[in-house]
Design a protein around this ligand. Structure first.
Ligand code: FES
Length: 109
């Protein structure tokens, strides 16, 4: 089974078995990783936002326009940001690494 690595907010790396066909968001839920996914993958929230490792980003293919629109609403957006519910595990993605965004408090800059 492919592996998926979550880099948690405190920098901790959590490597899990990632069943092919499940999204990064679904896998996070299965392993108690702190990704919300409020709309359960219907592209109606941005709470499943993850930051993909740079080396992996290009291998995922382009995000859809709907995903891009939703990402614009995500906090802590980075050039390699994606929505976790739109990344579906496959054997090719064995070793994929995604980081959880750190919460940014805009009031404090
Ligand atoms: Fe809502 Fe991914 S879970 S957009």
């Amino acid at each position: 089974m492919p592996k998926l690595v979550f880099v948690e907010k405190d920098g901790n790396r959590k490597e899990v078995d990632a069943p092919v066909g499940l999204s990064v968001m679904e896998i996070a839920h299965r392993f108690d990783v702190d990704i919300e996914g409020a709309c359960e993958g219907s592209l109606a929230c941005a709470t499943c936002h993850v930051i993909v490792d740079e080396g992996w980003y290009a291998k995922l293919g382009e995000p859809s326009e709907d995903e891009e629109d939703m990402l614009d609403l995500a906090f802590g957006l980075k050039p390699t940001s994606r929505l976790g519910c739109q990344i579906v595990m496959s054997d090719e993605l064995d070793g994929l690494e995604v980081a959880l965004p750190r919460e940014v408090n805009n009031m404090l800059g």
